[in-house]
Design a protein around this ligand. Structure first.
Ligand code: ATP
Length: 236
């Protein structure tokens, strides 16, 4: 795994091949196996050399209170998830900005920091369907193709509303991925209820969640244990 902001040049494509790069933005609150599967499968399908994970600081489209874990914890979890995967790296440009950033601002900054010939902005199907609510979607599509990775519960077979409204509609690239029916919202809810999220998140992420007590993880477990203990002693 590589992390940082230095202009990063890979040697794999020397020899005139097109260097394809993916940018994967998200709140990652927390990062989970649904994210990992689409990053891997999109990279594989499109032949991306690297996927740059860009955890968001404060999302522009959501109230700040909707983000539950501090930015540095979310960043640590993304770094842990990316692990030793040579094709993945993490960039903290949005976290360092410390203000809401739109993708149309982020993509050119990332493009300045890495070398690439073809750029792909990776999103799940739910995000693509909402593209008209994004800031300057046509400009964003001019900067990078947008990958619409399939996601359970979201249909990308009909994107007619986008075809009518966007000049650069052709730059939306659907990619069929194995459907992993998990969301960060569900994971946070499970943790708050004291349920195990092991295997729904990468192992390193699971450890950080519990070590740092994120999302009320261990409080909920403790509450559950003492309830079990109490009901056990009543039954005895
Ligand atoms: P939340 O439940 O908090 O809204 P999330 O699980 O959707 O979070 P984000 O960090 O908002 O996670 O997602 C980043 C990107 O990953 C988005 O483009 C989203 O569509 C995509 N994504 C998230 N989960 C999945 C999944 N299970 N399958 C496919 N794409 C996903």
């Amino acid at each position: 795994m590589r992390s940082g902001s230095a202009k990063w040049s890979l040697t794999i494509s020397e020899g005139g091949e097109v260097r394809k790069v993916g940018i994967f933005g998200g709140t990652f609150d927390p990062i989970h196996q649904g994210h990992m599967v689409i990053a891997e499968q999109v990279a594989d399908t499109l032949g991306l050399e690297i996927v740059i994970f860009v955890p968001g600081g404060v999302p522009p489209h959501k109230p700040p209170t909707s983000v539950k874990a501090p930015a540095e914890d979310r960043l640590s979890m993304v770094e842990a998830a990316v692990g030793e995967n040579e094709r993945f790296c993490v960039d903290r440009v949005e976290i360092d900005a410390g203000r809401p950033m739109y993708s149309v601002e982020t993509v050119p900054l990332v493009k300045e920091r890495y070398e690439g010939d073809e750029w792909y902005f990776i999103t799940g199907a739910d995000e693509v369907s909402n593209l008209l609510s994004w800031k300057e979607p046509d400009k964003l599509l001019a900067q990078a193709s947008m990958v619409a990775a399939t996601r359970p519960g979201y249909d990308i077979s009909n994107l007619d509303h986008l075809a009518e409204a966007l000049e650069n509609y052709e730059k939306i690239v659907p990619v069929e991925c194995t459907r992993v029916d998990v969301s960060a919202t569900r994971i946070r809810r499970m943790l708050a209820e004291g349920k195990s999220v092991r295997y729904l998140v990468p192992d390193g992420v699971f450890e950080i969640i519990h070590d740092r007590g994120l999302y009320g993880a261990d409080e909920a477990r403790e509450d559950q244990r003492s309830e079990e203990h109490l009901s056990g002693s009543k039954e005895a």
